[in-house]
Design a protein around this ligand. Structure first.
Ligand code: DAH
Length: 341
C-alpha cells in the first residue's frame, strides 16, 4: 500500500466519522460509535493494522496521519459526551426548579402546654413582685411533707389513702409546702419565694380530682409582716392574673402550718357572670400566717419574724382562665385538647 492510498482511507474514515458523529444524540449511540471507530476491531484500529503494509520509511508519516485521526475521534467523543451530560443536567435542573411564589408546606409544631403557660405567667407575676422561684424534690420524706409542717402522724392528711408511698418514710409529695421548709433551711430572712411543682395524691380521679396535679406555693418571711401584706399580695396576683374586674376575699379555714388560716375566694366585681366564669365566690387556694411552730422547726425566731404562705392549684387557674371542665384533660396529651391553647 502506498502512502497516498492510506491518506485516502484516512480521509474516508474521517468523513464517515463526522457523519456518524452528527447523528449521535444520546450516551448509548455515543458508546456504539466509540466501539465502531476506536474499538479493537474498529475502523481506526483497522487502518492502524495496515501500517505494516507500508514501506518502513513511510511509516513515520503514516503514524502522524493516523494519530491525528485517532486524536480527532477521541476529542470529538469527549466533547460530545460532555455536551450530552450538560444537557441532561440542564433538563434535570429545569424539572427541579423551585417556584418561589408557591406557599410553603405547613409543618405542625408543638407549643407550650396550657399548664406550663399558667406556671410561666404566675412566675412572671411573682418575680415582678420580688419573689424568687424555688423548687424541691417530688419524692419527699414524711418529715418535710408532714412533720415539719406541723402535721403530726395522727393527722387525717397523713392517712395512707391520701399519699403514694415509695418505701419506708419516702412518699410522693402531696403538696408543694415542703419546699417552704427546705428553702427556709437554706436561707435567712427575708425569704420571698414561689415554688411551682408537681404533686401526687391517692384520689379517685374525677372531673375535679387528679392523682397528679400541680401547685404553686408562696412564702414570705420577714420582720413585721401581717395578714394585711398577705391580702395585698394576693390581691395583686388576682388583678394581674384574672384582671382588674376581679375581687378577692378571705374565708376562715384551717391548715396545720398556718395560724390563722384562710381560704382565698375570687369573684367578678360586677357580681354577675362574666364570660364563662360563674357569678358567685370561687375558692382558688389556701393561705395564712406561718405557724410559729413551723418557724421554730427551721430555727427562725417567731418573736422576731413573721411570715405568710399561700398555695394554689395550677390546674384550677387554667380551668378558670379557659373554662376547662375536666382536670384529667391536662395529663392526657390529646392534641385535640392541647391545640386549643
Ligand atoms: N398545702 C396546702 C394543700 O395542699 C395548700 C396551702 C394552704 C398552702 C395554705 C399554703 C397555705 O401555703 O398557707 O392543700
Amino acid at each position: 500500500m502506498a502512502l497516498d492510498e492510506l491518506q485516502g482511507e484516512v480521509d474516508k474514515v474521517r468523513l464517515e466519522w463526522e457523519e456518524a458523529l452528527a447523528s449521535a444524540g444520546d450516551p448509548e449511540s455515543l458508546e456504539n460509535l466509540r466501539v465502531r471507530f476506536l474499538g479493537r476491531k474498529g475502523k481506526v484500529s483497522a487502518l492502524m493494522n495496515r501500517m505494516k503494509e507500508l514501506e518502513p520509511h513511510q511509516r513515520a508519516e503514516a503514524g502522524k496521519l493516523l494519530n491525528s485521526l485517532k486524536q480527532q475521534v477521541t476529542d470529538d467523543l469527549q466533547k460530545l459526551q460532555q455536551a450530552l451530560e450538560r444537557e441532561a443536567a440542564e433538563q434535570r435542573f429545569a424539572q427541579e426548579s423551585y417556584d418561589l411564589s408557591l406557599p410553603g408546606v405547613w409543618r405542625p409544631v408543638g407549643h407550650v402546654h396550657p399548664l406550663t403557660q399558667v406556671r410561666l405567667e404566675l412566675e412572671e407575676i411573682f418575680l415582678r413582685l420580688g419573689f424568687d422561684v424555688a423548687a424541691g424534690p417530688e419524692v419527699e420524706t414524711e418529715y418535710y411533707n408532714f412533720d415539719a409542717l406541723n402535721i403530726p402522724a395522727e393527722h387525717p392528711a397523713r392517712d395512707e389513702w391520701d399519699s403514694f408511698y415509695v418505701e419506708g418514710d419516702l412518699l410522693l409529695r402531696t403538696h408543694t409546702s415542703p419546699v417552704q421548709i427546705r428553702e427556709m433551711r437554706k436561707r435567712r430572712p427575708p425569704v420571698r419565694i414561689v415554688c411551682p411543682g408537681r404533686c401526687y395524691r391517692r384520689e379517685n380521679p374525677d372531673a375535679t380530682h387528679a392523682q397528679v396535679f400541680h401547685q404553686l406555693e408562696l412564702l414570705w418571711v420577714e420582720e413585721g409582716l401581717t395578714m394585711a401584706h398577705l391580702k395585698w399580695i394576693i390581691d395583686e396576683f388576682v388583678t394581674a392574673f384574672f384582671g382588674a374586674d376581679y375581687e378577692m376575699r378571705f374565708a376562715a379555714d384551717y391548715f396545720p402550718f398556718t395560724e390563722p388560716s384562710a381560704q382565698v375566694h375570687i369573684r367578678p366585681r360586677s357580681g354577675g357572670a362574666t364570660g364563662r366564669h360563674h357569678a358567685g365566690w370561687l375558692e382558688i387556694g389556701g393561705a395564712g400566717m406561718v405557724d410559729p411552730k413551723v418557724l421554730e422547726e427551721v430555727e427562725y425566731n417567731p418573736e422576731q419574724y413573721t411570715g405568710f404562705a399561700f398555695g394554689l392549684g395550677l390546674e384550677r387557674m387554667a380551668m378558670l382562665r379557659w373554662g376547662i371542665e375536666d382536670i384529667r384533660l391536662f395529663l392526657q396529651n390529646d392534641p385535640r385538647f392541647l391545640r386549643q391553647f
